[in-house]
Write a protein that binds this ligand. Structure first.
Ligand SMILES: Cc1ncc(COP(=O)(O)O)c(C=O)c1O
Length: 447
């Protein structure tokens, strides 16, 4: 074997190890603001780990009941392992005839339409109005057929789509209305009072995360009890699995410190590893092809306990701080950098997406300046049913192709926000003619 191809103890080839040492020796490591930080403190992580140790002595059903009671005086909620678990349970309990159509916000995470298909149902995309990133009422009306049974509205990026026009159309066509609030928890919104189901996620990158868990508010008591009955037949999430997740996010939280994250990025570059893919892969809650087996579990006792603690102690000032910073950044970028969903209801800036005509050029520039922006990887534009190509969601697909998520969280200092805005304004002003997507994005707002 050639010496340069020999592997070191760390699975690196010798020339990669040499480059890695070069990076650190030459002091080339530049601090970098990571794309997202888990919204959980060290104390919560440690408490979660202790809860794992004490889990055997506690009754899961009673713990879940206590949590549900604490969440809602009207006893209308069900706690699940994740929103995907709850959505899957909901579709099981509904027992819709095979081939029924579920109309869905065209932009969502991959697994949501996948779960619909797993139930023998047809996900039908409803294109978005990019001003609020909710389904366009005109597109919704155009997509309804006699086979339509439900509509799923995803509230994206930490803000909400206007529900009244959607509810009005749904009522006319007797559709079940499901609000996907996975990205929209703000401690106050419980879903529109007229919606049938509202689903909130506490997965690893969500607001007030418990590194898992979801709360579903289900209006129909019979449907809720049927979901509960089915959930009771599931195995319970392993305590060890949850403990490992707590440990993993403790490490990831430590790596979020800008000098350490900069070193991590430098090391990935020196060893020709794609850090964007690496991070996106590590952050997946249910990796691998066997999605249904992984989501069809009841939450473990330590997860339930940590979720209860998070809901009880999460300071509302944290969301308020994020909103204030988001408004500041939005102001600094106004009129120069286009944003999807800038007219959405109650923005909380869970993430801060912008649109770029050339994301592949913008991303390295931002990273060069110390900002780990990304195009993300878990969202998709749902494809139309094979016999209705006219339902291709052009606005959703176009938004997805041009989206760039800026690093953004309450701990991002003002000086970093100002610097990031400065870099972006310079870039967009310098490229006014090539890099100006607001017109094309807006032209697809209504199909
Ligand atoms: C729009 C949307 N729907 C559903 C989910 C799934 O949530 P969970 O991770 O709790 O299954 C997510 C997660 O990111 C999401 O963003």
């Amino acid at each position: 074997m050639n010496s340069s191809a020999q592997e070191s103890r760390f699975g690196l080839q010798n020339h990669q190890l040499g480059r890695l040492q070069g990076v650190f020796r030459a002091g080339k490591v530049k601090p970098m603001w990571v794309r997202k930080r888990p919204d959980i403190g060290w104390r919560d992580l440690v408490v979660g780990m202790f809860r794992c140790a004490a889990a055997a002595a506690q009754d899961a059903t009673r713990t879940q009941q206590e949590l549900e009671k604490a969440c809602s005086e009207s006893h209308d909620v069900l706690v699940c392992l994740s929103v995907r678990s709850g959505f899957d349970l909901l579709l099981s309990a509904l027992e819709l005839p095979a081939g029924s159509e579920v109309l869905m916000s065209a932009l969502t995470i991959w697994d949501m339409p996948r779960i619909v298909r797993e139930h023998g149902l047809v996900p039908v995309p409803v294109d978005l109005d990019v001003r609020h990133m909710g389904p366009s009422p005109a597109a919704l009306e155009g997509a309804i057929t006699p086979a339509a049974r439900a509509v799923v509205v995803a509230h994206l990026f930490g803000a909400r789509a206007p529900m009244d026009p959607i509810l009005q159309i749904a009522r006319q066509h007797k559709l079940l209305v499901i609000e996907d609030c996975a990205q929209a928890f703000d401690g106050r919104y419980r879903g529109h009072p007229d919606s049938d189901v509202a689903m909130f996620s506490f997965g690893p990158i969500k607001t007030a995360t418990a590194l898992g868990g979801a709360i579903l508010r289900i209006r129909d008591p019979a449907l809720r009890e049927e979901m509960r009955r089915r959930q009771a037949t599931y195995p319970q999430q392993g305590v060890w699995t949850y403990f490992r997740r707590l440990l993993k996010y403790a490490v990831l939280k430590a790596v979020c410190w800008p000098p350490l994250f900069g070193a991590f990025v430098g090391a990935c570059r020196a060893t020709a590893r794609d850090f964007d893919r690496l991070i996106n892969g590590v952050a997946r809650s249910f990796p691998g092809p066997d999605l249904l087996r992984q989501i069809r579990q009841r939450p473990s006792v330590p997860l339930l306990k940590l979720l209860q603690r998070r809901l009880r102690t999460y300071p509302s000032s944290r969301v308020a701080q994020r909103i204030a910073k988001g408004e500041r950044l939005a102001e600094l970028l106004a009129d120069v950098v286009p944003r999807p969903g800038c007219e959405a209801v109650g923005p909380t800036y869970w993430v801060f997406p912008i649109l770029s005509n050339e994301p592949e050029r913008l991303l390295p520039l931002l990273r060069q300046a110390g900002f780990d922006a990304t195009q993300g990887s878990s969202m998709c534009a749902i494809g139309p049913p094979a016999d209705r190509p006219e339902l291709f969601p052009a606005a959703a697909a176009e938004t997805l192709a041009h989206i760039v998520y800026l690093p953004f969280y309450p701990d991002l200092p003002d000086r970093a926000i100002q610097r990031m805005a400065q870099v972006l304004r310079q870039q967009y002003n310098g490229q006014k003619h090539q890099d100006a997507p607001p017109e094309h994005a807006a032209s697809h707002a209504e199909l």
